[in-house]
Design a protein around this ligand. Structure first.
Ligand code: NDP
Length: 264
């Protein structure tokens, strides 16, 4: 299926690693111009080198360090897009990470930090790019959210609650911004990415390979498809929702979770 992304301008937050990086790769492969951001410049440089080595058209990629929680930093990113392209068609709010904590172990400061991250990583870029997106004839925002929004986990209490709130926000945005801008979310289960590489280093048994550790975890988590997702599988769902092909879809939450959801 042709996604009709040729020459579209897409912004991907958290584009230096994992799902964001794969989203950048697929967007470039489909002929889009991409503006990718992350906090660390070296991560963005590494990502560009990886993409170039894979033969991606990196002349269509603009990378800029930006903390999506920092208003001035997001404003600078918007300015870059405005100056360089004068337009924006797609915003992928992907930047972030999870917090492992139970109710008992989550301090007030942790709650504040987590709610701030989950909400403002969507609010700030969305607000900043609205004027440009409104001018597009096929504007779309995709929020990378988690199945935790619907199915909380006891070891991720605060992240789960924040995810549920973000999903509620996605629904409100999809109504308020219609018909000019479509707003959808993907609800991820477990996808093998930078987050899981970090957890592997902290938690795996001595001598255990990452592959074996993920197989063991997939079994423990009772994932019906029997494995973790691949970043490119999450990215493919993002591209579909972002593309004009999904022109009648807004306010949707697409599960990319290997069947682990208990919702019919
Ligand atoms: P990675 O750790 O591989 O990538 C996270 C990306 O976000 C990096 O590019 C990181 O770069 C960037 N980032 C983090 N914080 C900020 C910030 N404040 N401003 C700008 N960029 C930021 O993770 P994933 O690919 O796994 O995660 C992508 C999204 O999917 C995240 O929001 C995550 O919470 C969500 N998710 C992932 C799941 C999974 O199983 N992988 C499950 C459910 C949700 P830098 O550190 O340089 O800023």
């Amino acid at each position: 299926m042709e996604l009709k992304l040729e020459d579209r301008v897409a912004i991907v937050t958290g584009g230096s690693s994992g799902i964001g990086l794969e989203t950048v790769r697929l967007l470039l492969a489909d002929g889009a111009y991409v503006v990718s951001c992350a906090r660390r410049a070296e991560g963005l440089e590494q990502a560009r080198a990886i993409l170039a080595a894979q033969g991606a058209p990196v002349d269509r990629l603009v990378s800029q360090p930006c903390d999506v929680l920092d208003e001035a930093s997001v404003e600078r990113l918007t300015e870059t897009v405005r100056t360089r392209f004068g337009r924006a068609d797609i915003l992928v709010n992907n930047a972030g990470q999870a917090r492992l904590s139970t109710f008992a172990s989550t301090l007030d400061a942790d709650w504040e930090a987590e709610l701030n991250l989950k909400f403002f990583s969507v609010i700030r870029p969305t607000r900043a790019f609205l004027p440009l997106l409104r001018e597009s004839d096929a504007a779309a925002i995709v929020v990378v959210n988690s199945l935790l929004a619907r199915q909380p986990e006891p070891h991720m209490v605060c992240t789960s609650a924040a995810r549920a709130g973000v999903q509620n926000l996605v629904k409100s945005l999809s109504v308020e911004l219609a018909p000019a801008i479509r707003v959808n979310a993907i609800l991820l289960g477990t996808v093998n990415s930078g987050q899981w590489e970090r957890r592997f280093k902290e938690r795996a048994k001595p001598g255990q390979s990452m592959e074996d550790w993920l197989v063991e975890l997939a079994r423990e988590k009772h994932i019906p498809l029997g494995r973790f997702g691949k970043p490119e599988e999450a990215a493919a769902a993002i591209l579909f929702l972002a593309s004009p092909v999904a022109g009648f879809i807004t306010g949707a939450a697409l599960e990319v979770a290997g069947g682990v959801s208990r919702f019919a």
